[in-house]
Design a protein around this ligand. Sequence first.
Ligand SMILES: [Fe+2]
Length: 396
Amino acid sequence: MAIELAPLPLPPTADASKFRDFGREVKGVDPGNLSPADFGQIEELLYKHDALLFRNADLSPEQQYALTKAFDPASESYGHGNNKTESTKKSILHPDLKTIPRVPQVQLIGNGIVYDHEGLAEAKLKHPSHHTFHKTQVSPEDEAAGATRFYRWHIDAALYKLAPPKVTTLYGITVPQGAPQVCRYDDGTGDELPVPLGTTAFVSGRTMFDILPPELKSLAVRARVRYAPHPYVWMAPASALSTGLGIETEDKELALSDLPEWSEEDVKVFPVLWKNPVTGELHFQVHPAGAQELLVDPLPAGASREGALFPDGAHLKDLKEVRGLLYKMQRPAIAPSLVYPHDWREKDLVLFHNRGVLHSVVGAFKPDQVRAFHQCNLAASSDPVGPSAEDVAKWA
Ligand SMILES: [Fe+2]
């Protein structure tokens, strides 16, 4: 059977004109047993469409690992490494990850208590909640009435020492049914988004760049982000914005001298824009919570200086300024009309281009709402590629 494609089921809130290229459901192939030729097609489709959905997939942890690794055969270990640093109690990622013993690159995530699961006698899972991460909270009354938040917009990446995974695979095994919720932005805009319970929300990094005005496109194409060493430990004492898109600047981050041992050569400096290996388009890929500094190149020779930001370049180290600029560039792309909230069904397999989208956990489960997902991503064999000289000449 040949590979067939169908559009993803967009919610009525989505601006369909902005999702023409985003996301496809793939039918007619078994994602756990792809021939090399089929995999070649799937790989190309992933980079063209950024998210692929397979319904009714049967996928063992071994098959999920093999499928994920096929996108980067030289990759080997989980995207956050061996979890030694990330599993220190100080890291904000600590409670969210349980490893499948047989296939340590595959993580069990979800909510509630899962018994006798792939070699785990009992796993206590906790769906991450904005209550433990945001500075302000949805009140218990509003939450009971269905209000919720985006937890944290992010890229799956250690952002220190390891290269960001190319693809993440998410496989829904147990999916609790429950009333839809309303995701509130609570940032004074009045924005809100009706969402299925426990959705994973996606936005396109390509749209994030595409909708920027020229002066911010010029800034983005010239800018690089320096991430904090051990960013998830560094940010642990800090609190997030109500949109989940970055951190409040309150000087709560750990001092660099209080972090686990780190070295300058392992600190990550990534371009703001990452070049799609198939389409050549630019995706705005910044993990705002981990960003510490911005380095801006001067305008290239011949570019117009009129209205340009930092025409002579800059090295911004003030956290408030760095975060403010990133927020200004990223917030437009998480508008309700630009978010794809996936409505999970059991046996859904979603592959997403981790170097082309941002995503967020959303919502809150009750303790008895049991959910079990398998997640896999692998630290890539190389770092993402930024804009070419032609891109800079075009957009600066
Ligand atoms: Fe993630």
